[in-house]
Design a protein around this ligand. Structure first.
Ligand SMILES: *Cc1c(COP(=O)(O)O)cnc(C)c1O
Length: 374
C-alpha cells in the first residue's frame, strides 16, 4: 500500500470556483480577493485581512509594515520552517532565537525577557503544528517592553487558546495557503490585523507602494496613482481567492477529520516505549496541521527509511534553524545553542495527516510504525 505524505482535499466546487474566477474580466486582484479577505477576517475575529502570494510575503510585509529593519532585533524560535527566520533576515533585521518548551516545541515564553535588548523591536511567535502559543503571556511581555508582536500562524488557521485567535492580541498574524496547508491555493498567504492604517500600509507594500490598489483602479475610471515608498509585489489573485473562499465553507469539518486521525494515532502510539508526541494545552483548540512523533534521535533516519520502504510518506518538520548552514555561519550559533529545539529537530518525524486519509491507510501507517520500531 502507498500512503502519500499529503494529498490535497480540493473538490469539484473549488475547481468550479476557480474556473468561474477565470471567466471574469479581472483574474488578478479584484472583488473575489476582497471577499476572501472579509471571510478570513471574520473567521479569525479580526478587523482586516490582506490577501497575498505566500505566507513568506505575509511575514515579511508584517515586519515592514511595522518599520522593522536594519539594526533591529526580532525574537523568534529556532523550531520552525526556515521561512520565519528568513523573513526577518530579508527585512534587514537580526533574528534572535530563544529555546522552546520540551513538551510542545513552541517558543518558551519564560525565556523571552532574557533575550530582550535595547535593539529588540518585535517578538515573532510560531504556533507550531497548530498549537497556539500562550498569547496572553506573550502580549504581557511585549507590552512591558514596548514590542511589536507578530504571529506566524501558518499552521494555525483554525486554532485558538483561551478564546483568543491568531491576530486578536498581536499586531499581525500571518497565514500560508501553500500546497500542504489546511486550506490551499497551491501557493498563497494572508495577513490579519486589527489596525486599519497598518493593514492599508501592508496592502500598499504588496503592490509596489502604489497609493490605490490595482483592484480599485479597475473598478472605476482611470485615476493617477503615486508612490511614497517603493513596495514589493505580493498581491493575491482572484483565482486563488476563489479557491480559498470555497474551502472556508468546510474548514471546520476538515479539522474534525484531522482531529479524528490524530486521536487514532495518539491511541495507537501512547503505549509504545521510546515514542512521544507533542502535548496540547488546556484551553487550546489545536488546528492539527501536523502530527509528529518524537523518538530516538539515533534511529530517526532509519525509521524514516523503514516507513518509506513500506510505502508511507514521511517528512521532518523541522531541523532546528540555528543548525542550518547560513544561520550557523552568519550568527555563529553553536550546535547546542538551543538544546531543546535541537533535540526535537533530531528526533522528530511527521506522519500523513489530511482529511482524505482513509481508515485503511491510517491502519497501515500505524502498523508500519510499530513494525519499524520493533
Ligand atoms: C508554510 C510555512 C511558512 C511559509 O509559507 P509559504 O506560503 O510557503 O511562504 C512560514 N512558516 C511556517 C511555520 C510554515 O509552515
Amino acid at each position: 500500500m502507498k500512503v502519500e505524505f499529503y494529498r490535497h482535499s480540493l473538490t469539484e466546487e473549488d475547481i468550479h470556483a476557480a474556473a468561474e474566477a477565470m471567466r471574469g474580466v479581472f483574474i488578478s486582484t479584484g472583488k473575489l480577493v476582497g471577499e476572501f479577505e472579509r471571510r478570513l477576517a471574520s473567521y479569525t475575529g479580526n478587523a482586516h485581512a490582506v490577501g497575498l502570494m505566500s505566507g513568506s510575503h505575509a511575514l515579511f510585509l508584517a515586519l515592514k509594515a511595522h518599520g522593522i529593519g536594519a539594526g533591529d532585533e526580532v525574537i523568534t524560535t529556532p523550531m520552525t520552517f526556515v521561512a520565519t527566520a528568513n523573513a526577518v533576515v530579508h527585512a534587514g533585521a537580526t533574528p534572535v532565537f530563544v529555546d522552546v518548551e520540551a513538551d510542545t516545541g513552541n517558543m518558551d515564553a519564560a525565556r523571552i525577557e532574557a533575550a530582550v535588548t535595547p535593539r529588540t523591536k518585535a517578538i515573532l511567535v510560531v504556533h507550531l503544528y497548530g498549537l497556539m502559543c500562550d498569547m496572553k503571556a506573550i502580549r504581557g511581555i511585549a507590552s512591558r517592553h514596548n514590542l511589536i508582536v507578530i504571529e506566524d500562524a501558518a499552521h494555525c488557521l483554525e486554532g485558538s487558546r483561551d478564546g483568543v485567535r491568531p491576530g486578536n492580541l498581536s499586531d499581525a498574524a500571518c497565514f500560508s495557503f501553500y500546497a500542504t496547508k489546511n486550506i490551499t491555493s497551491g501557493e498563497g498567504g494572508a495577513l490579519v490585523m486589527r489596525d486599519a492604517a497598518k493593514a492599508a500600509a501592508a496592502a500598499r507594500m504588496a503592490l509596489h507602494g502604489m497609493d490605490r490598489s490595482a483592484a480599485k483602479r479597475f473598478e472605476g475610471k482611470f485615476v493617477h496613482w503615486d508612490v511614497e515608498e517603493p513596495g514589493f509585489k505580493a498581491n493575491m489573485t482572484n483565482i486563488h481567492a476563489a479557491m480559498l473562499t470555497s474551502q472556508m465553507a468546510r474548514v471546520d469539518s476538515m479539522l474534525s477529520r484531522r482531529e479524528e486521525i490524530c486521536r487514532r494515532y495518539a491511541e495507537a502510539f501512547s503505549a509504545v516505549k521510546g515514542l512521544a508526541f507533542p502535548r496540547g494545552r488546556e484551553g487550546a483548540v489545536h488546528a492539527r496541521h501536523l502530527f509528529t512523533l518524537w523518538g530516538d534521535p539515533e534511529r530517526r533516519d532509519a525509521v524514516i527509511q523503514g516507513l518509506q520502504d513500506r510505502g508511507v510518506g514521511v517528512t521532518v518538520n523541522y531541523r532546528a534553524v540555528h543548525r542550518l548552514a547560513y544561520y550557523r555561519r552568519q550568527y555563529g550559533y553553536s550546535h547546542d545553542a538551543f538544546p531543546v529545539a535541537g533535540r526535537i529537530g533530531d528526533s522528530t518525524l511527521s506522519l500523513p495527516l489530511y482529511p482524505g486519509l482513509r481508515d485503511e491507510e491510517i491502519a497501515h501507517v500505524v502498523a508500519s510504525v510499530k513494525e519499524v520500531l520493533a
